[in-house]
Design a protein. Structure first.
Length: 195
């Protein structure tokens, strides 16, 4: 009885241990029911914001051996080719001591058949956008032209759409002052779209 009793006790302890282990391994989940659903084929793509112009890499303005009272006027068309609507601002950069003595006037409008560098068929906007006259966005010394997007001239079309086009007429002339003699400057004009 001593040997069988010990085997029975060991057997009973083994059953208790196995039962306890099976409860722990199940992790306490007692539900045998579940369900799922899914939403497949999701896709992601970013839109585009893009501007082009018709300058073909050529300068818009060139004053050579210029004198006061002899302005140069040329036109350029900017086209929006992005897929998202965007606002556009104009700004630029200049270098050289002549900048305070060069008056720049920028007029916004349309051209039926634009050709870079000529203003044939240019029609200024009827709106007086900034109190400077019909379509005029800027008129002043080159040295006062905005140089960053943050301070840039906001184009009146708040949201340019794909294939939106605007023509800009630029006029540059030397301000009548003796201080301009022999000086020179360079400038870059930038249009930037942001959505």
């Amino acid at each position: 009885m001593g040997l069988n009793g010990g085997v029975l006790v060991k057997l009973a302890l083994t059953v208790v241990v196995l039962f306890g282990a099976s409860s722990v391994l199940e992790g306490g989940t007692e539900a045998a029911l579940s369900g799922t659903t899914e939403n497949a084929a999701n896709s992601f793509s970013a839109g585009t914001v893009s501007l082009t112009d018709n300058d073909a890499g050529s300068a818009l303005l060139s004053l050579v051996n210029a004198r006061p009272g002899a302005p140069v006027t040329n036109c350029l068309q900017v086209t929006y080719t992005g897929s998202l609507t965007a606002g556009v601002r104009l700004y630029g950069a200049f270098a050289g001591p002549l900048a305070p003595h060069v008056r720049i006037t920028i007029t916004r409008g349309t051209t039926a058949t634009p050709t870079f560098g000529t203003c044939t068929g240019f029609t200024a906007d009827a709106a007086n956008h900034r109190g400077l006259g019909a379509g005029v966005l800027f008129s002043g010394p080159l040295s006062t032209y905005p140089t960053t997007f943050a301070t840039g001239l906001v184009d009146p079309t708040a949201a340019w759409a794909t294939n939106g086009r605007v023509s800009y007429r630029f006029t540059a002339e030397i301000i009548d002052t003796n201080a301009a003699q022999g000086l020179s400057s360079t400038a870059t004009f930038t249009w930037e779209a942001r959505s």
